[in-house]
Design a binder for this molecule. Structure first.
Ligand SMILES: *[C@@H]1O[C@H](CO)[C@@H](O)[C@H](O)[C@H]1NC(C)=O
Ligand SMILES: *[C@@H]1O[C@H](CO)[C@@H](O)[C@H](O)[C@H]1NC(C)=O
Ligand SMILES: *[C@@H]1O[C@H](CO)[C@@H](O)[C@H](O)[C@H]1NC(C)=O
Ligand SMILES: [Zn+2]
Length: 969
């Protein structure tokens, strides 16, 4: 499963469902009296079944299911009915069979002989236990181990409206008619909504399904169609029997959808979507990708995908990114389709995210489907592999697209951010069984952390041996439920074959990561010519100890490709002599090559300086991924006092080589550092120098690659430009601003579409046009247009223009809401020093009116405090605070003060170092003057403060976020 674009919908649903079960009690059972004559009569419901766990008792297992469901969805009717026959084997002596059900009405349950031909009992007694969603069926007598029977259950349900179970959805067609369809989402535990069943991931059985539906619709399921027969007003589409699968993989789509055939594929594959989308070619890209991805995975794993077809269905209503149902993958529409007539630049990012999403779901055909997790506890055996291999396989199939970089920029940071000491961090193997808690397993730990741990061991074993181990695991557990030890066994076998005598205990090593929460921080110190490595769970000092594979590159031995470990750190501290790891005492040392290890590194200050010297001298000695990771780690070293310290000037120093850094991934990781300096220095005496510095490290790149995308350029170039341009414009480099301005004018004058950043474009808009925009926006009825301008007209660098703009907050005859009035102030104050000064003056002059016109004056002051970095502005802010207190305007002074006190604390700690650094920069280097913007000393500001009032992020940040979200969705 993939959450992707629909994450918010998911959380809404979780909230809505809450834990509906917790309000009920065990005793809350409904006993259904038999209405039918018994062929062989049960005496009573006895012994009474008393559940103590959400897990099904193991007293019987399903051998196969035969299911017929009737739906009238084509008529817009939502009731469905079903008949399921379950061939069951008794495992432990028992008079009861316990199944799951959800939101279904049971009509009757009959019992047949194992061959299904002879009825044993009609209308069996049963009870429903809502808390556990157990349907407890009483057999006419006690059955013994290995006895087999067939249960026939007739039931009714409703196609749900919430996107779970066998649910209903609709779209509006070209004739503006709503067209209904019915489809399924069973993972985690909604298969029981479509049919009473053994609805656990570790219980597998073949399923033969038939759908009875309206004649104009088609039904698609996991398997190919075996037959279509007429049945009056209906047709019955019968599908071939599935292999032995877990219930959550069963899937249906009953719709009027159209399809396009995939190209270059070993088996037939179709892309299903609403007819108009197919006709306009929206599925064509996906149709070209699914074949090569399947092929790549089959080659990599060495086990064939087991079904004779694959369908991919794009659903306009779907709660997740996609779902890997065997033979029928379902996707949120935007996850699979795109309009081929959109601009080429955005096509590439769409293509990348479609490719990785298809790959993710295809990986599950092996990891999840062919081998299932014995329980949800081990769902990382599905999602960890899908997270890793979605990038890995895309990279193998489309070399040169740098898909694995996305693992480092998207998956790894997410893992690190979730896996900290908090309520959301638990071990990969952590056990849970309550339905509401099962969702916990589908988060950063089950996906990204597990992906990182698997990637670490992929490199420990080497990718070739790891792939061989996966092949052993798949073959050994083919169509069975697995636990992690089954995986370890396959990997161990491959490793021992390929590296006899190495004696690595894979099971122990992997358990050291799977059974503990968190990740280690490895501290690196040079002491008496020895390298001292120590570990602790980060952040904090919890006593978790991991078995850490250590990879290392040094000046004497800079082999960044050597990602198999040289040594292991099994203890809290270990000391290594130079001969062991090949370093000299004056070397730079970098640990965790290409960040394949799931850990972070904390270098001592001297080591940091040696690394920075190397980057400045010749950065290409250090691998691009490590150059990127170093930006993360130095930012931590600057901000976290539990680590070895670096100074702010060290951090400025590391940024100086970025004039030559042309790896987008390194730029993207430097964002945090640059953003932090930009915010902290705003309004200080060095802000002008900082922007000049920013122009110096960005302009050379734009001179080389240009300001606009060129057709057919490499994706590296495109992402490099995306990373750099926003900083260059933010630093007010004139060519950058002119370029945005030109595109804006074209849009404004000809009303043709253009892609530009409003803030940067509006910096240069002059008096007359600006005034027209200000007057227009306050009357514009479109919310989107209003917010584009209201959030960005404050980017003007002209004081008189800014005053005119701010004044519209006071005009009560315009259409602006109180929130919008507030946003004008909040989004203007940080755009430049002149905007800050003008906004403060404006608030001061119109104090009384503003306190009643904006939605929260307190939030305005909190936002303002974030930009206050000088004594002068502290005084002005304090004046506003006392006026507010005097006039009993609601404000929160301590909240406001804590924001600027924080700014000053930072300055106290860091400003002197930065001040000296800039001084040394001007005295030691003769820099050529950068292309001067019209007003080079008028700075601007990328981030709005962390207050709930602001709704815009400025360009620098939004570009970085946009790139990230496109690559992970
Ligand atoms: C049924 O068996 C499985 C696998 O051995 C086990 O994990 C589960 O706890 C058992 N269920 C119960 C209710 O004991
Ligand atoms: C079921 O049978 C197995 C083996 O016959 C036995 O080990 C187990 O304890 C039994 N379980 C129950 C719940 O009776
Ligand atoms: C798709 O391929 C199948 C099998 O080759 C063929 O019968 C069918 O007509 C094709 N459909 C479309 C829409 O191209
Ligand atoms: Zn998944």
């Amino acid at each position: 499963m993939w959450f992707g674009v629909a994450l918010t919908i998911l959380s809404l649903i979780i909230c809505a469902l809450g834990n509906p079960l917790s309000e009920l009690h065990n005793s809350d059972v409904e006993i259904v009296e038999s209405k039918y004559k018994f062929v062989e009569k049960a005496l009573e419901i006895s012994p009474r079944f008393e559940p103590t766990t959400y897990r099904l008792p193991n007293n019987s297992i399903p051998l196969n299911y035969d299911l017929v469901i009737t739906t009238d969805i084509d008529k817009g009717l939502f009731d469905f009915s079903g008949v399921v026959k379950i061939h069951i084997r008794i495992v432990n002596e028992s008079q009861e069979i316990i199944l799951h059900y959800r939101q279904t009405t049971i009509d009757v349950i009959n019992l047949f002989t194992a061959d299904g031909t002879t009825i044993i009992a009609e209308a069996l007694l049963y009870v429903q236990i809502p808390v556990y969603e157990f349907l407890v069926i009483t057999l006419p007598r006690v059955y013994n181990p290995n006895d087999e029977v067939v249960l026939e259950i007739k039931y009714r349900g409703e196609h749900r409206a919430d996107g779970g179970g066998f649910y209903r959805a609709s779209y509006v067609n070209a004739d503006l008619v709503s067209v209904w369809y019915a489809t399924t989402q069973f993972e985690i535990d909604d298969a029981r909504h479509a049919m009473p069943s053994y609805d656990e991931p570790g219980i597998r059985a073949p399923i033969q399904a038939s759908i009875k539906h309206g004649r104009t619709y088609t039904a698609v399921s996991n398997m190919d169609v075996e037959s279509i027969t007429d049945d009056g007003d209906y047709v019955i589409t019968r599908f071939f029997r599935t292999p032995s699968i877990q219930t959550y993989l069963l899937a249906f789509l009953v719709s009027d959808f159209d399809y396009v055939n995939a190209t270059n594929t070993r088996i037939p594959q179709k892309i299903y979507a609403r007819p108009e989308r197919i006709a306009r070619g929206y599925g064509d890209f996906a149709a070209s990708v699914v074949g090569p991805i399947l092929n790549g995975l089959e080659q990599h794993i060495g086990v064939d995908y087991p079904i004779s077809k694959m369908d991919h269905a794009a659903l306009n209503f779907f709660n997740f990114g996609a779902m890997e149902n065997i033979g029928l993958i379902t996707y949120i529409e935007d996850g699979l389709l795109y309009d081929p007539n959109t601009a080429q630049a955005s096509q590439e990012s769409r293509q990348r995210s479609i490719t990785t999403l298809v790959a993710h779901e295809y990986v599950h055909q092996w990891f999840g489907n062919i081998v299932s997790p014995a329980w949800w506890q081990y769902v990382w055996l599905n999602e960890g592999f899908a997270t890793l291999l979605q990038y890995y396989i895309s990279d193998l199939v489309y070399p040169g697209m740098n898909y694995m970089n996305n693992f480092v920029t998207a998956a790894m940071p997410r893992a690190f951010s979730v896996d900290v000491l908090s309520l959301n961090s638990w071990a990969m193997n952590h056990y849970t069984e309550e339905p509401a808690r099962l969702w916990d397993k589908f988060g950063g730990i089950g996906y990204q952390k597990s992906g990182c741990v698997l990637r670490m061991f992929q490199e420990v074993l080497t990718p070739a041996t790891f792939a061989k181990g996966l092949n052993y695991y798949q073959n050994a557990m083919y169509m069975k439920a697995a636990i992690p030890d089954d995986l370890h066994e396959g990997l161990q076998r491959a490793y021992d074959e390929d590296y006899p005598g190495n004696n690595l205990n894979i099971n122990e090593l992997m358990h050291s990561w799977e059974d503990r929460p968190g990740y280690p921080m490895i501290t690196v110190r040079l002491l008496n010519n020895n390298l001292v490595l120590s570990q602790r769970r980060y952040p904090g000092s919890a006593g978790e100890i991991y078995s850490v594979p250590i990879t290392i590159a040094t000046k004497s031995d800079p082999s960044f490709g050597r990602t198999t470990p040289l040594v292991w750190l099994h203890d809290e501290v270990d000391v290594f002599a130079p001969g062991q790891l090949n370093f000299a005492s004056d070397d730079w040392i970098v640990l965790n090559l290409q960040q394949v290890g799931y850990y972070r590194v904390d270098y001592d200050t001297n080591l940091w300086r040696a690394i920075i010297r190397q980057l400045k001298e010749n950065h290409s000695f250090i691998h691009p991924i490590n150059r990127a990771v170093l930006q993360d780690e130095i930012y931590l070293a600057l901000t976290d006092s539990t680590l070895n310290r670096v100074t702010a000037s060290d951090c400025m120093d590391i940024l100086t080589y970025f004039g030559k850094e042309d790896e987008p991934i390194a730029w993207s990781k430097a964002n945090a550092l640059i953003t932090s300096f930009n915010n902290r220095l705003f309004g200080t005496s060095r802000y002008g120098n900082f922007l000049e510095f920013l122009r110096e490290i960005t302009t050379p790149h734009l001179n080389a690659i240009g300001y606009e995308r060129i057709d057919f350029e490499s994706s590296v170039t495109t992402s490099l430009r995306n990373s750099i341009k926003s900083w260059n414009c933010l630093a007010l480099a004139d060519p950058c601003l002119s370029n945005e301005y030109t595109k804006f004018l074209q849009f404004y004058n000809t009303n043709t579409s253009a892609s530009f950043d409003y803030c940067h474009a509006l910096r240069n808009v002059n008096g007359a046009t600006y005034e027209a925009l200000v007057n227009g926006v306050a009357r514009d009825s479109s919310y989107v247009t209003r917010s584009n301008y209201l959030n960005n007209l404050g980017c003007s660098l002209n004081e008189e223009d800014l005053k005119k703009f701010l004044a519209i907050t006071l005009d009560t005859t315009n259409v602006l809401t109180a929130n919008e009035r507030q946003n004008i102030l909040v989004n203007t104050m940080g755009r430049s020093i002149i905007a800050l000064d003008t906004t403060i003056q404006f608030i001061d002059a119109n104090y009384a009116a503003l306190t009643t016109l904006v939605s929260s004056f307190s939030n305005v002051l909190v936002s303002l405090a974030a930009f206050v970095n000088s004594d002068e502005n502290v005084n002005k802010l304090e004046e506003l605070i006392s006026r507010a207190l005097d006039s009993a305007t609601f404000i929160n002074p301590s909240q406001i003060r804590s924001v600027y006190v924080n700014n000053f604390k930072w300055q106290e700690d860091n400003f002197e170092a930065i001040d000296n650094w800039f001084t040394s920069l001007t005295t030691t280097t003769t820099t050529t003057a950068p292309t001067q913007p019209t007003q080079p000393t008028q700075p601007s500001q990328p981030t709005t403060p962390s207050s709930a009032t602001s709704i815009t992020l400025s360009f620098g940040i939004s570009v970085a976020c946009l790139t990230l979200s496109l690559s992970i969705s």
